[in-house]
Ligand binder design. Structure first.
Ligand code: 5GP
Length: 193
């Protein structure tokens, strides 16, 4: 396969015209997920892993990680309430879709798109720990350390981003832009309404 490109000229103009800048291009994401998968393979050698993707933002990271991990892996998904169409956290977390499977005694790796305040994952960790998994860790594609409100230890992190609102590679603004192959910022007028 040819190298991934951050050239947005191939994208539908409706998206391309809204993009302000590319923070992380598709090739960088692909390489970093390869590194994380290799780390996960080493850490979980000889064990079976349950990946839990947090819908919807983590779908691309989940799919791309799962394709690279070589230890035996099952997948499940949860959906929690998010920011809706707003760009700031309400701090309220609600489970919209729970797991299909039991996690007691299993090695769980939560896959999340971005850790911002950390409130969502803090809640999820507490909730899932109460179900007695053998182990539980976090893999997050992105983190915004400057925004953290709770002490949260994500074992696998793709990239640190500054305190800016980003979209692409699963991350949305008002349900749009998830399909962009890169992590980008949007022009201010996009939020203007
Ligand atoms: P937290 O609970 O850590 O504050 O927020 C986590 C969730 O907020 C993420 O899973 C994501 O849905 C959303 N979020 C936080 N920052 C961003 C961002 O920069 N862009 C987008 N699209 N969503 C974000």
């Amino acid at each position: 396969m040819a190298d991934a490109s951050d050239d947005l000229s191939d994208l539908p103009a409706v998206f391309r015209d809204d993009v302000e800048s590319v923070l992380i291009d598709a090739g960088q994401i692909e390489r970093r997920l390869g590194e994380l998968a290799a780390e996960i393979d080493r850490d979980y050698a000889g064990r079976e892993l349950l990946l839990i993707g947090v819908l919807k933002g983590a779908v691309f990271a989940m799919a791309d990680l799962a394709r690279r991990i070589t230890v035996p892996t099952a997948m499940d998904f949860m959906a929690v309430s998010s920011y809706g169409s707003s760009t700031s956290s309400s701090g309220v977390v609600r489970i919209l879709k729970d797991l299909d499977t039991e996690i007691e005694g299993r090695h769980v790796l939560i896959v999340e798109d971005i850790v911002d305040s950390g409130l969502t994952l803090d809640y999820l960790l507490k909730n899932l720990r109460s179900r007695h998994p053998a182990s539980i860790e976090i893999a997050a594609l992105l983190t915004k350390p400057s925004r953290r409100e709770v002490d949260l230890d994500a074992r696998y992190v793709g990239f640190e981003v500054p305190d800016v609102f980003v979209v692409g590679y699963g991350l949305d603004y008002a349900e749009r832009y998830r399909g962009l192959p890169s992590i980008v910022t949007l022009k201010p007028e996009v939020y203007g309404g």
